[in-house]
Design a protein around this ligand. Sequence first.
Ligand code: ADP
Ligand code: NI
Length: 214
Amino acid sequence: MNNKIISDTEAWVMAQLKHESSGHDWEHIRRVTRQAQEIAEIEGGNMLIVTLASLLHDLIDDKVVADENEGIQQVTNWLKKMDIDESELQHILTIIKTISYKGGGQKPVESLEAQIVQDADRLDALGAIGVARTFMYAGNKGHQMYNPEFAHRETMTVDEYRKIPSSAVGHFYEKLLKLKDLMNTKEAKKRAEKRHHFLEEFLQQFFHEWGERP
Ligand code: ADP
Ligand code: NI
């Protein structure tokens, strides 16, 4: 693998996400990249593609950049500057355009590399880190920690998913608890078990302290 391309890309991404506080900060990228590399070592896949797609995966997100197309253009320019082959460049762009959850209901991703990066991103939405990110996101958006009056939204459009205020606890039902069964690779399914279980225990304790059983 070309280490100079990786370290230059790390520095470029880090500089852009330094002030990000919606849960898509550099530390999220660092964890996803490491986890994706570990999964790729077990499941296979092109390590350079897995690493670059992980590093770049949130730079086109509508929570991070104002305009997704502008994000895509910037990532394209960067990869051209790094002298990445045209076919590899297209593969990386396809991965980062297709892995996002966006309320569910997206088509399954195709390549092994895309499956691995999507799994690693989703693993970071589970477990203790997943809980912490969700409450940070809700705080950042001014959402409530929990509101028993909001029905849990089972299906929704991308727009509803982003705009209608949910609560941090509501988000567990809208997304987080569904992720375990959506993992693509065997290794990620294994890694998701413990993290999913932790979410369930967290909710049990939360409702116990709240004084309500869902
Ligand atoms: P993806 O990167 O797959 O599109 P999102 O960007 O929607 O997923 O979500 C990334 C993380 O941000 C989630 O795992 C969660 O922790 C947090 N998050 C996103 N939407 C919400 C929400 N409505 N309420 C609370 N947390 C959220
Ligand atoms: Ni992400």
